[in-house]
Design a protein around this ligand. Sequence first.
Ligand code: 5GP
Length: 139
Amino acid sequence: MPTIFSQIVDGEIPARTVYEDETTFAFLDANPLAPGHTLVIPKDEYERLNDVPDDVAADLYATIHDLVPAVEDAVDADGTTVAFNNGEAAGQEVPHVHCHIVPRFEGDGGGPIHAIAGETPDLADDELDDIAADIESIV
Ligand code: 5GP
């Protein structure tokens, strides 16, 4: 069963498309957090960020890079929060990679990306060293 976003790409479900090229697609979110809230996706289905092949990831970033200033200009935003919910634990509901571009306005009452954390951990220096070493050894 294709994802709801594949159905949008294929024109089976209507959406307000704002950009399309060979590998990427962008459209307005149906439940916008702000005017201009835009979703940017690879046309092919990949569930998580790390599933996206290198060449498509580069295309996706290029589209995001072009769209952020376009969205900001279109709605006269003061900034944007640009984020992926990557995995169910992070709040991803549609299993098709998508980048949220959410326009932000001075005094809009929203928070920074730091607001996603529940309780923040109190990590000792040696724990931070271990985590950094683990990531470095895996990447
Ligand atoms: P997630 O929580 O997976 O990161 O976000 C999914 C987003 O897709 C939500 O913001 C939701 O409003 C949006 N969305 C879900 N279904 C549709 C749809 O059929 N059309 C459009 N335009 N957006 C959708």
